[in-house]
Write a protein that binds this ligand. Sequence first.
Ligand code: UDP
Length: 250
Amino acid sequence: MQKIAIMEIPFNNVTLVEAAELAFSFSENGKQVLAVTPNAEIMELCRKDCTVKKAVLSADIILPDGEGVLFAAKKLGTPLKEKVAGVDFGLECARIAVERGKSLFLLGGKPGVAKKAASELCTRFPRLKIAGTHSGYFARTGKENATVISKINESGADLLFVCLGAPLQEKWVCENRDLLKTPKLIACLGGSIDIYAGKLSRAPRLFIKMRAEWLWRLLREPWRIKRMACLTRFIISVYEYKRKLKKRGT
Ligand code: UDP
């Protein structure tokens, strides 16, 4: 399995279909698999916050969710095959789950969103087994956290989608992974749950084709401008990193 390190984050160099196959093949070998899909914003956070970096590095499968990461890979001379958006990865995993009779637990979103996402996913994949759902607004320590974890384990879910937004979801999984006993495949999918629930729409094909999904997101959620500003910072970081590598002669 080829991994390409982009600024110290080892990405799996796979297509969307290969990524989901890989996740299932690992998990079916009895190993619990964690998949994360960092974008440029998370890459920047990894640089600044070692707890975020540790959480991302604890994943078994790291997929590039965004043009920023693809740009960095290319600039550093190690291009990645394609963007693997978390939302598509989740759908591909749901499709394989149906084929293999695996059940899914959805964690995240405002109250009612996970349930709605489950019902919409069942419309799309009629034989999908939903093991359970839970909103993403709960105390992430103490009794309430333990109750959520018990609910997941008691559901017997094979797959768990954690959609609490990044980097909260990566940190939560990193801290609680040992307690999550039944799910053999855990995927951190952020705002995908709102898309599955139909609360947010995916960018039109033209935006995706023009690699401007980020622009669609910004038009729909202008408050993201502050978060997206770090994309500029990330691009500067890529050039700085490239210069550093050149100096070191690597
Ligand atoms: N969310 C949650 N619990 C929280 C904070 C956020 O479940 O404590 C949910 C929020 O309702 C939304 C998702 O996490 O559904 C975050 O989406 P966003 O698009 O901000 O995350 P990203 O995809 O950028 O990581």
